[in-house]
Design a protein around this ligand. Structure first.
Ligand code: UFG
Length: 329
């Protein structure tokens, strides 16, 4: 039976497809290619260029394939963009989830692993953040992910579709062999932006604020390697297969690193000097976001293997150095 990967041509989705293939599973990908890349999906994998909001197309995919479970990455995911276009985020993310769940119920597919986010918490009340902490999103992106979690909760109750929601912190890195990696246009995440400096695509990295109440004044985040995330999704599928109850888990490495520490790690990983510019704070950035991943460790038996930033950045560097234009030639 197949595992449908919604958004399987995106950054995290494509690493998931890779992991499924390594584990001898049969992934099928649906992606509208708004931000995903066809080249990120191996030719041998059945691929549908469709939008998950298209119920006719989804119905056809579920009719043509023997789908056992769904892994759902297909969503808009930029915090800043969500503030500008809240209705786009509600339509694409929330309505997309509605059509997906309707199709799953119609076809009797009862397992879903969902790509959620630390953005569901908003400004943290305490560190490390636990799953039981309050969820007060400060942007439409985080709100849409929280609504999507709640949709799954009610659909589980009524229709028995069990779910695992994985709230990721800061995802980074690329596959060890360097054949797939991060390619967003425009890029907005710290690690690929830092690496644009040694790639000679920018002269320096701007640090957004050096007056935060942290050890070195720059924001602290919990960076988790994309391969560790894929491993967590695999464990979540197997947890549901074993009859596990619907649940929500944080995924992070449990360690916080500052922007300055990340730049230092990138200097070591690339062997290049990376000049910095001091910039203004970016609005909405909390000073510190670090996950407690204890629950995932206990229940899913998952633990991040990559905990050293230099090794995470090395994998990203291998990808970017060999693909300076991402998936474009
Ligand atoms: N940063 C810089 N310079 C840059 C880019 C980023 O200093 O050029 C800083 C940011 O201010 C922040 C840190 O690097 O302190 C990380 O920024 P990212 O944009 O890489 O990631 P965020 O922490 O903003 O976002 C992450 C996820 C989102 C999620 C959010 C939850 O990528 O999906 O955490 O708050 F919504």
């Amino acid at each position: 039976m197949a595992v449908l990967v919604c958004g399987g041509a995106g950054y995290i989705g494509s690493h998931m497809v890779d992991e499924l293939l390594k584990k001898g599973e049969e992934p099928i990908v649906v992606d509208n290619l708004r931000t995903g890349h066809k080249k990120a999906v191996p030719a041998a994998v059945r691929f549908y260029q469709e939008d998950i909001r298209d119920s006719g197309a989804m119905d056809k995919i579920f009719t043509e394939n023997d789908i056992e479970a769904v892994i759902h990455f297909a969503a808009c995911s930029l915090v800043g963009e969500s503030m500008e276009k809240p209705l786009l985020y509600l339509n694409n993310n929330v309505y997309g989830m509605q059509v997906l769940l309707e199709t799953m119920v119609k076809h009797g597919v009862d397992k879903i692993v969902f790509s959620s986010s630390a953005a569901t918490y908003g400004e943290p009340q305490s560190i490390p953040i636990r799953e039981t902490d309050p969820t007060e999103p400060t942007n439409p992106y985080g709100e849409s992910k929280l609504i999507m979690e709640k949709m799954m909760k009610w659909v589980c109750l009524k229709h028995g579709v069990r779910y695992v929601s994985l709230r990721y912190f800061n995802v980074a890195g690329a596959s060890e062999d360097g054949h797939i990696g991060e390619d967003h246009k425009p890029e907005s995440h710290l690690v690929p932006i830092i690496l644009q400096v040694p790639l000679k695509k920018r002269e320096a990295i701007t640090i957004y604020g050096q007056d935060y109440p942290t050890e070195d004044g720059t924001c602290v985040r919990d960076y988790v390697h994309v391969a560790d995330l894929a491993d967590a999704h695999m464990k979540a599928i197997n947890y549901l297969r074993a009859g596990g109850n619907s649940d929500i888990f944080n995924l992070g490495s449990g360690n916080g690193f500052s922007v300055k520490e990340m730049i230092d790690a990138a200097r070591k990983a690339t062997g290049e000097d990376i000049p910095v510019i001091s910039g203004q704070r970016r609005s909405g950035d909390p000073a510190r976001l670090v996950a407690s991943s204890e629950k995932a460790e206990k229940v899913l038996k998952w633990k991040a293997k990559y905990t050293d930033m230099e090794s995470i950045i090395k994998t990203a560097w291998k990808w970017h150095k060999n693909h300076p234009n991402g998936f474009c030639k």
